[in-house]
Design a protein. Structure first.
Length: 322
């Protein structure tokens, strides 16, 4: 709260690139939407690239650690007036900046009523903020789960508030090993999103414990420290900024491997949908998928965008993150 509310005044004050790593090229609709976000909201935002999944029309989205609200106002345009975006953040100053510009954006987007709300609270305790079970289609998070001491509680709460078939789509910082006590207690390294980084293998075990599908890696890029003092404290540990997608797959959707054909119906992704590092779906092309991906597509908001057939001749081994 102190680092993001008082120490940092603008994104240039960050001492590493952990929180400003870009992901992949942005579709034109997203770039255009970003240009309509108020300049103060953008300047006071310390997130990691942009965390914008596909196929968002009319969705209800929850943004964990929403900061000054940049991603919320961006998503507000992509879900449309029938959709809704809730942002929750623990830092009072950041929530105030976000709330201050609700009327501005409603007018800018030409909406009759606002489709965003901002709450002050903790992502480990979403129930305390009044967020009910199975109330959101998507949970997004942009480089903030590392700031929570209890990562399992964050994923557990995200799982609880997601509808069956819902998705958690999030970027965060991961470490190549479990971090020492010295690193984990360093105030600047906490604020810079490094000291709280999860050992990447632990994400897989926590996600499974909570009930999510196996994490699908979307993108990853190495983090450059660029600060001699901080490099000395970190030692030989390496960090990466990565985007993963997790799905709340109902048991009834798990029926074995299959073949899928993408119909090209998602705006901005008509020719091909880059789903993750393992699966790219081209319009009209038959793709063999393992049981988990078949279940994800069958149960999620992507179901209407695919023709899904059970069984296939050459059953490949399940995909995994490399």
């Amino acid at each position: 709260q102190d680092y993001y509310g008082k120490v940092l005044q603008k994104s240039e004050d960050l001492r590493t690139n952990a929180c400003i790593t870009s992901a992949r090229p942005l579709p034109k609709a997203v770039r255009d939407a970003l240009e309509r976000v108020h300049e103060e909201v953008v300047a006071r935002y310390y997130g990691c690239g942009l965390v914008i999944p596909e196929c968002l029309a009319s969705c209800w989205i929850l943004d964990l650690g929403s900061g000054s609200g940049r991603d919320c106002y961006l998503l507000s345009q992509l879900v449309g007036e029938r959709g809704h975006v809730t942002g929750i953040d623990m830092t009072e100053g950041q929530v105030e900046v976000a709330k201050k510009h609700i009327a501005y954006h409603m007018d800018k987007f030409g909406y009759q009523k606002s489709n965003v709300e901002f709450l002050q609270g903790y992502m480990e305790k979403l129930g305390d903020a009044g967020l009910a079970d199975e109330s959101y289609d998507i949970v997004v998070s942009n480089c903030v789960i590392n700031l929570a001491p209890d990562k399992r509680a964050v994923l557990q709460e995200a799982y609880r508030v997601l509808k069956p078939g819902g998705e958690m789509y999030f970027s965060d910082v991961y470490a190549s090993q479990r971090l020492s006590e010295t690193v984990r207690k360093h105030r600047v390294l906490w604020g810079e999103c490094l000291a709280g980084a999860l050992y990447w293998r632990d994400l897989y075990s926590i996600a499974e414990e909570v009930g999510f599908s196996s994490p699908c890696l979307v993108t990853a890029s190495p983090i450059i420290i660029g600060d001699k003092e901080l490099e000395g404290i970190i030692g030989d540990c390496r960090f990466v900024s990565a985007t993963f997608r997790l799905f709340k797959v109902p048991g009834s959707s798990r029926t074995g491997p299959g073949q899928v054909i993408y119909n090209g119906g998602i705006a901005g992704h008509e020719r091909e949908l880059v789903f993750d590092a393992n699966f790219t779906f081209k319009e009209g092309e038959v793709v063999d998928v393992d049981a988990e991906m078949a279940a994800i597509l069958r149960s999620s908001r992507f179901a209407e965008e695919f023709l899904i057939r059970g069984g296939r001749a050459n059953a490949a081994a399940p995909q995994d993150c490399c």
